[in-house]
Design a protein around this ligand. Structure first.
Ligand code: BGC
Length: 770
């Protein structure tokens, strides 16, 4: 009896204990204190998902019109219905997106799709190309371009943009230099941050914010010989100090996703590079968002030589690629790899969780149709305010490279001969990566000049030259409808007609340079000059003795030594978006004073490339001002000087810099020194000036660049007005990655330089002490 009772009591006790253990386990499992609402939601969802559904989330398929490679997805709708798709690439407009999202809403677990596109420099209101925007050095302006882009893109159904592109690029042969902020780590990092802020705002789930995707991780801009998609091979010093900071800056600013680059990095392509995607990205930087491959980046690992589709898909996932853009390698092989033990459920779960989290943060689980608002699409895209802003933004990006005898600004009277293949094209104006621009809305330069010049100016247009004499090159440089019609008359006739018009005019505007598709993806060039036929035209125009203004269209630094020596005025206008030609006319006629400064060094010739200002000194530096000295680091046939230095740009007015004062010559940890200079507008026009501050670390445990940008300020001055410009320098500004990858500032001697560009600077010395 006692025994039975004891047994009963025992079993009751065991039962109670089990219940207690269970319930505490359950409590732990469902609502641990540390779990956010998002975690609880996603854990619960993940627990319901089959392995096929989890793998399904890891795929981005094409659904729309624009693709950036040969691959196009098939049977997309049925794949969505089965839960095999996580997101759709390049589909736009609320009606199409709504219909597609509705299919996802009928799938078993009703997991919404994310819709992404390359909204690179504006959406329908297209702004200047990113390299041009960088030339404005105007962070609030750049942030606003991203904000407008996000508003328009989200009004048209999108929730994700493949931007910002923050690849440092120092090789002008690489066509994609057009898509980033140029050569400088500091400027690039500042821009990376504000772009993310502009796209994402402070709340990703708002109806008018979209998720940013920083790209291309990593080092894509260092492709050997400037050939797109080519190998990169780089020291850790250069990576950590020069190339990686802009990606990190964008992630620190909260970017929700990152895109892996196509290139091989020191022997392992980025898409399968565990060191890069896990050790650096996750462990060192603590990134919590998701990683997407580039377009067919996973399947391209086959050509890189890493194995068949199954092998490379497993490799990519294990390395840290969460989403497969378009290859369908994850979709078609990961389940088998799981069975074979080549990947683990935990790896699939982890990638899936990150993608679900992104959707959660975008508010898509709450409302899958959050970004499908037809009314917004009608009201918020291409508004008059946005179009006006595009014009204003463009004016800020032009760089006046030369203005001999004040050739510019032009009078709004008399006759202008407008000449050149870029003078009467609409489609080439917005610039590369402007898939959403409506070309019909873009005025040609001829129209822009008429709009701004008014009735007292007569403008006569002649083509003067084809883009290039090489027809195949022209076809390949005017893809995606960016045609420039060819004139089949012979070159002599074309030039003759232009010269006749020029001879009768008061001034000649030569609209020359690259077509918009001569830069951008897969548009590398080995000759970075203005095409020869256009140069011959320019020479003939100069012979007329009329003042010639070269309006230079380009997506990269061009080697224009001859032009800079012979043409009296050069305005570099890059590709400035849908309002660029009105903006060009605003500047040419002096309604707006140009203020852009180069975010990249312009070389004297292609042989100097890669050329960038923040190079190391070497053990045999060329003394300042010298050309060739035997046994020094230089060339026999050209000086080391760039044609136009980093940070260079003129104005219709002139600025002088007086005095460079430091509050102290000693900088102590946790303190600052202030650096001041007085800038005066000594000319006749109101104008904006970009005041730049550089430092040099004179002695270090590893070699340091001869100059590094550490600050800049854009100021506006009326004629005769002076302003004292103040910069603060702290120990933080002097930190760099040592050879053992410690991020420290080393005590010792430094120089500080302030000026209007990297070359024309005043300098002072200070010491960092500990
Ligand atoms: C480019 C990316 C782009 C992607 C999707 C690729 O070819 O490298 O920059 O985001 O296509 O369009």
């Amino acid at each position: 009896m006692i025994n039975t009772q004891m047994k009963r009591a025992n079993s009751l006790f065991i039962l109670l204990a089990l219940v207690a253990i269970n319930s505490s386990a359950q409590t732990k499992k469902t609502i641990p204190a540390s779990q956010s609402k998002m975690d609880i939601f996603i854990n619960s969802l993940l627990s319901k998902m089959t392995i096929d559904e989890k793998i399904g989330q890891l795929n981005l398929l094409t659904g729309g019109e624009a693709t950036t490679g040969a691959a196009v997805s098939t049977d997309v709708e049925s794949k969505i219905a089965k839960g095999n798709v996580g997101g759709i690439f390049s589909m736009t407009t609320p009606d199409k997106i709504r219909k597609t999202q509705e299919i996802a809403m009928k799938s078993r677990l009703k997991i919404p799709l994310i819709f992404g596109q390359d909204v690179i420099h504006g959406y329908k209101t297209t702004f200047p190309i990113p390299l041009a925007l960088a030339a404005s050095w105007d962070l609030s302006l750049i942030e606003k371009t991203a904000r407008v882009a996000a508003t328009e893109a989200s009004a048209d159904g999108l929730s994700w943009t493949f931007s910002p592109m923050v690849d440092i690029a120092r090789d002008a042969r690489w066509g994609r230099i057009a898509e980033g902020s140029g050569e400088d780590t500091y400027l690039g990092s500042q821009i990376a941050k504000v772009m993310v802020k502009g796209y994402q705002g402070d709340n990703l789930s708002k109806y008018n914010t979209i998720m940013a995707c920083v790209k291309h991780f990593a080092l894509y801009g260092a492709a050997e010989a400037g050939r797109d998609y080519n190998t990169t091979d780089m020291s850790l010093d250069r990576m950590y100090n020069d190339y990686l900071p802009p990606y990190k800056a964008a992630l620190d600013a909260g970017a929700g996703s990152i895109m892996v680059s196509f290139n091989d990095i020191n022997g392992v392509p980025a898409t399968a590079n565990k060191w890069l995607l896990t050790d650096v990205l996750r462990k060192q930087w603590g990134f919590k968002g998701f990683v997407v491959s580039d377009y067919t980046g996973v399947s391209e690992l086959i050509d890189h030589g890493l194995g068949d589709l199954k092998t490379v898909s497993a490799l990519s996932l294990k390395a840290g690629t969460d989403m497969d853009m378009v290859s369908e390698g994850f979709l078609s092989t990961l389940k088998q790899s799981l069975k074979e033990g080549k990947v683990t459920t935990a790896q699939i779960d982890n990638a899936c969780r990150l993608i679900l989290q992104a959707k959660y943060k975008l508010g898509l689980f709450e409302d899958p149709f959050r970004y499908c608002n037809e009314e917004r699409a009608k009201k918020e895209i291409l508004t008059p305010a946005n179009i006006q802003f595009a014009r204003e933004a463009a004016t800020k990006t032009f760089v006046l490279l030369k203005n001999q005898n004040q050739t510019l600004p032009l009078k709004k009277s008399g006759t202008i001969a407008l000449v050149g293949p870029l003078g009467n094209t609409k489609s080439n104006m917005p610039g590369t990566w402007s898939v959403n621009s409506d070309m019909n809305l873009v005025p040609s330069l001829l129209e822009g000049l008429k709009n701004v010049g008014g009735n007292n100016v007569k403008i006569v247009y002649s083509l003067g030259s084809n883009l290039t004499t090489d027809e195949t090159l022209q076809i390949n440089s005017t893809m995606f409808g960016r045609e420039i019609p060819r004139d089949n008359r012979n070159e002599g006739e074309l030039i003759k007609e232009a010269v006749q018009n020029a001879s009768k005019a008061d001034v000649v505007i030569a609209a020359l340079g690259e077509s918009s598709e001569m830069s951008g993806e897969s548009s590398s060039r080995t000759d970075i000059g203005i095409p020869e036929s256009q140069k011959r035209l320019l020479a003939a125009l100069l012979k007329t003795g009329k003042p010639v203004v070269l309006v230079l269209f380009t997506g990269r630094p061009l080697a224009i030594k001859w032009e800079s020596e012979n043409v009296p005025a050069i305005l570099n206008v890059w590709f400035g978006g849908i309002q660029t030609t009105n903006a060009i006319a605003d500047v040419l006629f002096g309604d707006v004073n140009p203020s852009g400064k180069l975010p990249v060094t312009f070389p004297q010739n292609i042989g100097q490339v890669p050329i960038y200002y923040s190079h190391k000194n070497t053990g045999r530096p060329l003394p300042d001002g010298k050309w060739f000295t035997k046994f020094k680091s230089n060339y026999l046939d050209v000086s080391n000087e760039p044609l136009y230095p980093f940070g260079f740009g003129l104005s219709y007015t002139t600025f002088t810099y007086e005095g460079l004062k430091l509050s102290s010559n000693t900088l102590k940890p946790n303190q600052k020194i202030t650096v001041t200079t007085t800038v005066t507008n000594t000319g006749k026009f109101a104008g904006e000036e970009i005041v730049q501050l550089y430092t040099r670390d004179l002695v270090g445990t590893s070699t340091r660049p001869v100059k590094e940008l550490k600050g800049f300020q854009k100021i506006k001055l009326q004629p005769g007005e002076s302003k004292m410009v103040t910069f603060n320098l702290t120990e933080e500004d002097l930190k760099f990655y040592t050879s053992d990858l410690k991020f420290v500032a080393e005590p010792g001697d430094f120089k500080v330089f302030v000026g209007p560009n990297v070359k024309d600077v005043k300098e002072a010395d200070f010491k960092l002490v500990n």
